[in-house]
Design a protein around this ligand. Structure first.
Ligand SMILES: Nc1c(C(=O)O)ncn1[C@@H]1O[C@H](COP(=O)(O)O)[C@@H](O)[C@H]1O
Length: 160
């Protein structure tokens, strides 16, 4: 089972690369695609409708501005969808965040923080979902946490 990483535009890649780099680090298979509710609506529906049979277990959707992509994908699949708000030029991603997070009851999108931190947490959340029944992924997450723990302690030592 893999993660589907999609984004509304190629211009989102500098943020969404953080998701893919972390999935690589954790050893999680994924595919990437530019799909847009606005610019390629038919392809977006087809992506969402076929995701499960193509062995995708979780979808991570990054979008900026009027960020309809995560919600529209969520409307067409019962796979979990994690939305990453991209930092937009004029409104700094507040538009993206509110577009993604304020879903009506019945069609959830798990929304993470704006930008790089959110993109990384999306990868971790997706891995945690896939790890429910996968002990290899559980071990990868434990190693990640252990390394993070060491790094935090070391950064504290470096303050002197
Ligand atoms: N929010 C969406 C959707 C969508 O929601 O379907 N499609 C493109 N976009 C967003 O438009 C922004 C500007 O895109 P361009 O840089 O291509 O003009 C991007 O952040 C993209 O996610």
């Amino acid at each position: 089972m893999k993660v589907g990483v999609i984004m509304g535009s190629q211009s989102d890649w500098s943020t969404m690369k953080n998701t893919c780099d972390l999935l690589d680090q954790l050893g999680i298979p994924y595919e990437t695609r530019v799909v847009s509710a606005h610019r390629t609506p038919d392809e977006m529906f087809s992506y969402a409708e076929t995701a499960r049979v193509r062995d995708i277990g979780v979808i991570i959707a990054g979008a900026g501005g009027a960020a309809h992509l995560p919600g529209m994908v969520a409307a067409k699949t019962t796979l979990p969808v994690i939305g990453v708000p991209i930092a937009s030029k004029y409104l700094k991603g507040m538009d993206s965040l509110l577009s993604i997070v304020q879903m009506p009851a019945g069609v959830p999108v798990a929304t993470v923080a704006i930008g790089e931190a959110g993109a990384k947490n999306a990868a971790l959340l997706a891995t945690q979902i896939l790890a429910i029944h996968n002990t290899t992924y559980q071990a990868a997450l434990q190693s990640f946490r252990a390394a993070q723990h060491e790094q935090a302690l070391e950064s504290s030592d470096a303050l002197v």
